[in-house]
Write a new protein. Sequence first.
Length: 217
Amino acid sequence: MKIIVLFFSLLIVTNSFAQDVTTTELGSKFYLGTNFYSNITGDKNLGMGLKVSLGYNITENLSVDFSSGYMTSFTDPHTNSYRVQDESGSDYIIETHKLGRMDHQFIPINLSVNYKFDLWGVQPYTSLMLGYDYYLNSGNFTFSSEKKYESTNQLIESSSGLYNEIFDTPKAGFASFHMGLGVGVLVPVSNQIKLDFSFQRFSNVNSIGVGLNYRIK
């Protein structure tokens, strides 16, 4: 709900800038788009991929498009440690959990509503996106854990292996719903082709994209 409210806030702001701008002729109703995306979130949910979209211009400013493609993501190996008091209260237990790199390949399926306007020869736009990510792999990764007494470093228990059901991570055939916001700008290079530079945010994952937008006659 917050994303939807933010989208309409962006739409109002962009519309206020567009009121004194002369829009260009709409042209073709349908268009094709292709974009290469790379995540810039940090050590988590890194990845890249390609999306292809088919869109329809409802009005000069409002359009909808359907997109899909192939994306990858991974989370770097990381270690978490916890210090808890034992039952007797006389010592502490150190718990250490290590997770290996987690790799995923998935197919994104998105429906986007876009609002754009003409400004100084280019077309800035905002987008509201809904869709699913369909995972192709099982999300296998290595893990290990151990417990030790802090004072003596005595090992209490340990385990290691590959992914199993105790971890909540996407598996092959799993689909997760997502909602996101995007902003971008279309830069005309001919009567039919525009460069597409965009920024998107899905579920705390930030992505930048570059691609082409082609009008279908």
